[in-house]
Design a protein around this ligand. Structure first.
Ligand code: PXP
Length: 252
């Protein structure tokens, strides 16, 4: 793999969403008739060349369960990225699990900025506590934020290694006149973040169509993609859905 290659983190939450739709009440998360297994899904992604696996262990446990995350930690050979709220309970869980990366995301309405990223200014103290705890444990931390200059600067000040720029507003505007504006916000955000010494990742709403533009953002290190890959996998199988996305991300 060349140094410049854009990395693909696959968010497998929606594999668990499908399982929970049928087996929410099951005591087991896998085995017997309980399917689909997110760990098996992740292993297929790994075989197909995914660079990391992302899971969001939400407070309401609507898709991923603790046992899924623990099994992934045991089985995966590629890095595990844990998306987590900035809470004491999640910090304790992460320190026990020791994922390779952690991405701090908002979970409740009041933690969200206008576009939907984490409000790292309003919740500075809470985020700082979690970032420091993770940094001390050697977990690489990113903050999921809007491409807003103040939030990017604050993320650097908080000691995060990376930011994941929220591409949701851009994705929603893709077929509207706002697309250009949203894309330039992401571009300026990526430039500023890079200038602040942050690694630049991006995610939310990226699909097989808009990836051809998203991938041209400057200084981009990794894309985190979930829904479109899981959806495509229904028709092509997991491995092909990953291979096709990686191909589109790295077209020369
Ligand atoms: N990045 C973050 C921080 C997320 O929370 C999610 C899931 O909402 C994604 C990326 C993946 O988004 P999508 O499923 O729309 O590809």
């Amino acid at each position: 793999m060349s140094q410049q290659e854009l990395l693909l983190g696959v968010n497998i939450d929606h594999c668990a969403t499908v399982r929970q739709a049928r087996y929410r009440e099951s005591a087991e998360t896998t085995g017997g008739i309980v399917e689909p297994d997110p760990v098996f899904f992740a292993q297929q992604c790994e075989i197909a060349g995914a660079d990391s696996i992302t899971v969001h262990l939400r407070e309401d446990r609507r898709h991923m369960q603790e046992r899924d995350v623990e099994r992934l930690r045991e089985c995966l050979r590629i890095p595990l990225n844990l998306e987590m709220a900035a809470t004491d309970a999640m910090l304790d869980f992460a320190l026990e699990l020791k994922p390779d990366y952690a991405c701090i995301v908002p979970e409740s309405r009041e933690e969200i900025t206008t576009e939907g990223g984490l409000d790292v200014i309003e919740f500075k103290d809470r985020v700082a506590k979690v970032v420091n705890g993770l940094n001390e444990a050697g977990v690489i931390v990113s903050l999921f934020i809007d491409p807003e200059p103040a939030h990017i600067q604050a993320s650097a000040d908080l000691g995060a290694t990376a930011v994941e720029l929220h591409t949701g507003a851009y994705s929603n505007a893709y077929y509207s006149s706002e697309r250009e504006n949203e894309f330039s916000r992401l571009k300026s955000g990526a430039e500023l973040g890079h200038g602040c010494g942050l690694q630049i990742n991006a995610g939310h709403g990226i699909n097989y169509v808009n990836v051809s533009e998203v991938r041209t953002l400057p200084h981009l290190h990794e894309l985190n993609i979930g829904h479109s890959l899981v959806s495509r996998a229904l028709f092509t199988g997991v491995q092909e859905s990953v291979r096709e996305m990686r191909r589109l991300m790295n077209v020369l």
